[in-house]
Design a protein around this ligand. Structure first.
Ligand code: ATR
Length: 292
């Protein structure tokens, strides 16, 4: 006779359920990353799922997360600004960016946070330990949501100047104004050489270099050889820009680590364990990218 199982199925209210909200959401690697950590740290009764939510339902879904049984969420494209507007509470970074990628339940209710800039800086510290933001001006290619998060984080980290190079000048000017960057300059793509002169960091935040897209074509010759070059595109892992930079002798860092590191603060807030970004996790995500 078999013993009746002593294991109790967790009551709904004991479940620690978290989701990623996006539209589409199938491409998101957040479930892979968080489920890996849930298993690695043996978090009891925890679950991380994908939630495909169309734009017209996003604000309501976000406000109703607790009644839907979620203790938190990640928010991805195109809902980061909607999530900011849907929530009453934010941390200082989300407030500055007016965009939310992480939602946590606090004693006062749901709070929107933004960990994209944290992930960007943590990745550089992890993979280019001698790099320091204070060492020189930082050049950002692009002026979209990712560029905003990165510009704010670089300023907070002590970059002496932020130089934004964008196809559409007005968008770069709006970024500079909205973030109230203390020391920033805007350049057109044709003026990129001036932006690179004397810089300590170059980051591509545009979609250029992504599989199936054209590469970044700006001439790297004016960039000091010690300048670190990085890309937030991670498919392919080594973009055309990173390959040219490596061949020219620059230190380079690929964009995959930003994705991994931005997930750390959310996991810690939801489950109470600060997770490690390991080679094993990186390889797991790389293998998944290889499949798609
Ligand atoms: P995200 O929010 O993910 O950062 P986004 O808001 O769509 O993305 O911004 C994409 C960035 O890539 C923008 O800076 C865009 O330039 P514009 O502001 O001029 O549109 C840039 N970008 C996209 N395709 C580009 C291309 N073919 N050449 C140059 N820049 C491009």
């Amino acid at each position: 006779m078999t013993e009746p199982s002593k294991e109790r199925a967790p009551a709904e209210k004991d479940l620690k359920r978290v989701c990623v909200i996006g539209w589409p959401v199938a491409h998101s690697r957040s479930p892979l990353i968080h489920t890996y950590w849930i298993e690695k740290y043996a978090i009891p009764d925890a679950e991380y799922v994908s939630l495909a939510v169309a734009p017209d339902g996003a604000a309501q879904t976000i406000r109703e997360l607790p009644s839907l049984g979620f203790i938190g969420a990640n928010v991805t494209v195109p809902h980061k600004e909607t999530a900011f507007a849907a929530l009453d509470r934010h941390d200082a970074v989300a407030r500055r960016l007016k965009a939310v990628n992480t939602i946590v339940t606090t004693a006062k209710g749901l709070e929107g946070r933004n960990t994209d800039g944290y992930g960007f800086i943590a990745n550089l510290k992890d993979r280019a330990s001698s790099w320091a933001a204070a060492a020189g001006p930082a050049v950002i290619l692009g002026a979209g949501g990712a560029a905003r998060a990165i510009a704010a984080a670089l300023e907070d980290e002590g970059a002496p100047e932020i130089r934004i190079v964008n196809r559409t000048r007005s968008r770069a000017e709006a970024l500079m104004r909205d973030l109230e960057l203390k020391s920033a300059k805007v350049f057109s793509t044709a003026e990129a050489a001036r932006a690179l002169d004397g810089a300590g960091l170059l980051v591509n935040t545009t979609t250029l270099g992504m599989k199936g897209e054209n590469d970044v074509t700006i001439d790297l010759a004016p960039l000091p050889q010690s300048a670190l070059v990085t890309d937030i595109v991670y498919t392919p892992l080594e973009t055309g820009l990173l390959r040219r930079a490596r061949e020219a002798g620059h230190p380079t860092v690929d964009g995959l680590g930003m994705l991994l590191h931005q997930a750390v603060p959310g996991f810690e807030a939801w489950f109470g364990v600060r997770p490690d970004v390991t080679a094993e996790l990186r390889n797991l995500v790389l293998a998944d990218i290889g499949k798609k």
